[in-house]
Ligand binder design. Structure first.
Ligand code: GTP
Ligand code: MG
Length: 293
C-alpha cells in the first residue's frame, strides 16, 4: 500500500476560521480562536494521520496590510513562507464576505504548487439562501482551484475537504509519529491558551498589546505546575486585565487552566503575573524572544 504525506498551508484573511478548522481537523484545541481578527501569531502545525496519509496542516496568521508595524510584517512574511514550503495551499474564505482582503491573498495562493479553496461557515443562517449563488462568484473571482464548501464549526463536509486535499499530497513516508497532533510543545500551547482568554475577554485594543511568556513549566507526577507572565504594552492595560477586584483576571486564569487540563489530560496549577513591557510589538529583540520572527 502506498503512503502519502505532505504539508497544507491554511491561509486567508483574518477571522475566516482557519484556526477553528485546524482544531476541527485535528480533533483538539491546539490553535487559539476568537471573534477578533489576527488572533493567530505563529505558524502552528497540526498533524492528522490516517491509514494511508499524513496531513501536516500549517495554520497561519490572518494576512492583512492594514497595519504596518514590525509584528504585522513578521506575520505576513510567515504566511508567504508557509505557502512556499507547502505541497498544497488551502485558501479559506467565509460565506458572504468576499472582499478586498480576500483578493489581496489570491496572488500568494496562486504561487502554491496546488491550491484548493475552502468556503467556510456554511452553517451560518445566511448561507442556506446564498450558497448556490456564492460559489459561482468565488469561481469567477478565483478561477482554477477546486472549491469545497465547509463548516469548521459543525464539521460539515470536512471529510470531503480532506479527500480533495489528499490528492495533492506526495507519495512519501510519514514525517511525524502517528499519534503526534502538533509540532508545538506544551509550554507554547499553555502560553497560547492564556492569550486566547485575553482575546476573548477583553475589548478591542488591549489584547493586541499583550504577549505571554512561560516562566516555569514543571511536571510533578499527575500535575503540571505553570508560572507565566502577561506582558502588556501600557501601564493602564494592567488594571483593565485585572478588572474590578481582580475578577476579570480570575476568569482568565480559571478558564485557561480548565482548557489546559483538557488538552494535557492532567491537573494544572496555573499562576499568572502581569508586567509592563512598552513597545514590545515594534522591538525586533522582543519579537525574537517570543518566537515571532
Ligand atoms: N458560524 C461559524 N463560525 C465560525 C466557523 N469557523 C469559525 N467561526 C468563528 O469565526 C471566528 C474566527 O475564527 P478563527 O478560527 O479564530 O479565525 P482565524 O481565521 O484563525 O482568525 P485569525 O487567526 O485572526 O486570522 C470565531 O469566532 C469562530 O468561532 C464556522 O464554520 N461557522
Ligand atoms: Mg487563527
Amino acid at each position: 500500500m502506498t503512503f502519502h504525506c505532505g504539508t497544507i498551508a491554511v491561509i486567508g484573511r483574518p477571522n475566516v476560521g482557519k484556526s477553528t478548522l485546524l482544531n476541527r481537523l485535528i480533533g483538539a484545541r491546539i490553535s487559539i480562536t476568537s471573534r477578533k481578527p489576527q488572533t493567530t501569531r505563529h505558524a502552528i502545525r497540526g498533524i492528522l494521520t490516517t491509514e494511508v496519509s499524513q496531513f501536516i496542516f500549517i495554520d497561519t496568521p490572518g494576512f492583512q496590510r492594514r497595519h504596518g508595524g514590525a509584528l504585522n510584517r513578521a506575520l505576513n512574511t510567515r504566511v508567504e513562507a508557509s505557502v512556499g514550503e507547502a505541497d498544497v495551499c488551502l485558501f479559506l474564505l467565509a460565506m458572504d464576505s468576499l472582499g478586498p482582503a480576500d483578493r489581496e491573498i489570491w496572488p500568494i495562493a496562486q504561487r502554491a504548487r496546488r491550491t484548493v479553496i475552502g468556503v467556510n461557515r456554511i452553517d451560518s443562517p445566511q448561507a442556506r439562501d446564498h450558497l448556490l449563488s456564492f460559489l459561482p462568484r468565488v469561481a469567477a473571482e478565483f478561477p482554477g482551484p477546486d472549491i469545497v464548501p465547509i463548516s469548521a464549526r459543525t464539521g460539515r463536509n470536512v471529510d470531503e475537504l480532506l479527500k480533495v486535499l489528499a490528492t495533492g499530497l506526495p507519495e512519501q513516508p510519514a514525517m511525524f509519529d502517528a499519534d503526534d497532533i502538533t509540532d508545538r510543545d506544551e509550554r507554547f500551547l499553555a502560553a497560547e491558551l492564556v492569550r486566547e482568554k485575553l482575546f476573548r475577554t477583553l475589548g478591542d485594543e488591549v489584547p493586541y498589546g499583550c504577549i505571554v511568556g512561560i516562566d516555569e513549566f514543571k511536571i510533578e507526577g499527575e500535575m503540571r505546575r505553570i508560572h507565566c507572565t502577561i506582558y502588556v504594552d501600557r501601564d493602564g492595560h494592567k488594571a483593565i486585565i485585572l478588572g474590578r477586584d481582580g475578577e476579570r483576571m480570575k476568569t482568565i486564569v480559571s478558564t485557561a487552566r480548565r482548557d489546559m487540563e483538557t488538552l494535557f489530560g492532567s491537573k494544572v496549577y496555573l499562576n499568572v503575573w502581569i508586567k509592563v513591557k512598552s513597545g514590545w510589538s515594534d522591538d525586533p529583540a522582543s519579537l525574537r524572544r517570543f518566537g515571532l520572527t
